[in-house]
Design a protein around this ligand. Structure first.
Ligand code: ATP
Ligand code: MG
Length: 431
């Protein structure tokens, strides 16, 4: 017997029972971004490997250990995108969207791929909703990105479960000075560092701040902090952001250890974290990357953005029981027909109903069957009404309309009056 085929570990099917909550998140998000004037951009899932090597950077976990990279039939090295920023910057440059200082406020949504150890909240194919803004250098736009995510948490009913962490990485000069100080401090404690951190001390020392190792974290308690090294411009940028968040009533915690280990990230970095999902607690991470576009050969262009993990948001909305009840959308009506002439009439009637009431969800019984079996299917479908068409009804040009969700009596309704009778159902639903 042949082996049953299975999905790749860490790559999930999103089954019909789950798609309503996904669609709910996606539509909540796109409507929200619409209201802030952001436009959607759709990008390829596969790019040249070099894009990520340059755009994310060698020496990062993503590039060194997590990418799905392969040669295509033309022997070119391609990679399934592990994140969206690099591809978005590539597209913006390729199409001249940021030229002449044009402001771009963009968002995207889609699958990302990283070869990680699958566990709750961490998968090999996962989905991100990302936002990127180009040519806006000020703290005002940083604040806008944060306030719109805060609004999203409120809409989703998860605001009480997430907190905002904030840091400033300063200018590249400030970071370089800080890096030197940190290296001196850690060099003196080299033997106590975990292996990864020992390696990073030469490759990417700022990433050590991010270490999950408890002993290393303890060691960092008295380390110099980035904020002591901030340059004047970055300091006032940071103050500008904080005063905006204060006015908006958005609480934050300054976390001097919040870093992006890449040189083109500077100034604002932020994360929204939750303690409701175990160790996969970051639901949204973002920051300013004013140095990235020139890294790709473009003119220096301010950029700032964030990405959130859709799976983690779905888990959080479910964990907090915030999935709206009205997401399940059973049919309004289920048509049962007995005998071929009635089946033909049912078909025509269902199409007329769809013409007249575009929001109506109407199921037509397929595969014939006895009264009992069709009625059972109608009930199981969750429909509000069974519409019954037999020989008698056909002769009188009526349907039997039997409410399925309460005990009220079956009514006989003329075909012409049926749309009017069902119209209330459609308006009720709002969408
Ligand atoms: P982590 O520290 O959890 O590995 P990261 O720093 O690698 O996160 P980013 O590259 O900043 O994550 O991605 C932004 C967001 O995408 C994360 O905050 C998280 O919500 C989500 N995310 C990242 N990797 C995964 C994954 N493997 N599975 C599910 N969601 C993920
Ligand atoms: Mg990661």
């Amino acid at each position: 017997m042949s082996k049953t085929l299975q999905a790749i570990r860490g790559m999930n099917d999103i089954l019909p029972a789950q798609t309503p909550v996904w669609r709910y998140l996606e539509s909540t998000f796109s409507e929200l971004l619409d209201s802030y004037g952001y436009s959607e951009i759709r990008l390829p899932i596969v790019e040249y490997t070099e894009l990520f090597a340059r755009g994310i950077g060698e020496g990062t976990d993503v590039v060194d250990k997590e990418m799905y990279t392969f040669l295509d039939r033309n022997e070119e090295s391609l990679t399934l995108r592990p994140e969206g920023t690099a591809g978005c910057v590539r597209a913006v440059l390729e199409h001249g969207l940021s030229g002449g200082g044009q402001v771009q406020k963009l968002w995207y949504l889609g699958p990302m791929f990283r070869y990680e150890k699958p566990q709750k909240g961490r998968y090999r194919q996962f989905h991100q909703i990302g936002v990127e803004v180009f040519n806006q250098p000020g703290p005002d736009i940083d604040a806008e990105l944060i306030v719109l995510t805060a609004r999203l948490w409120k809409k989703l009913g998860i605001a009480d479960a997430v907190t905002l962490q904030l840091n400033s990485l300063g200018s590249s000069e400030a970071r370089a000075a800080y890096r030197d100080a940190l290296v001196v401090y850690l060099q003196q404690r080299f033997d106590q560092l975990d292996e990864d951190s020992q390696r990073r001390l030469t490759t990417n020392p700022l990433r050590i701040l991010d270490s999950k190792n408890a002993q290393t974290q303890a060691l960092l308690a008295d380390a110099p902090t980035l904020l002591e090294y901030l340059d004047e411009d970055s300091r006032s940028h940071f103050e500008g952001l904080k005063s905006r968040l204060d006015v908006l009533g958005i609480a934050y915690e300054i976390n001097p250890k919040l870093v992006r280990g890449l040189d083109y990230y500077g100034r604002t970095v932020f994360e929204w974290i939750t303690d409701k999902l175990g160790s996969q607690g970051t639901v949204c991470a973002g920051g300013r990357y004013d140095g990235l576009i020139s890294q790709f050969g473009g003119k220096p262009t301010p950029g700032v953005g964030f990405a959130m993990g859709v799976e983690r948001l779905v888990l959080l909305v479910e964990t907090l029981q915030q999935v709206p009840a009205e997401l399940s959308r059973p049919a309004h009506a289920y048509i049962c027909a007995f005998g071929e002439p009635a089946e033909l009439a049912a078909l025509a009637l269902s199409e007329q109903l769809r013409d007249t009431l575009p929001g109506l969800r109407v199921l037509v019984n397929a595969g014939a069957g006895s009264f009992k079996s069709q009625f059972k299917k109608a009930d199981k479908s969750g429909a509000q009404f069974a519409l019954i068409l037999g020989e008698d009804e056909l002769a009188k040009r009526v349907v039997g309309c039997k409410p399925l969700r309460d005990d009220s009596e079956q009514q006989s309704i003329a075909w012409d009056a049926l749309a009017g009778h069902l119209a209330g159902l459609v308006q009720d639903r709002g969408r």
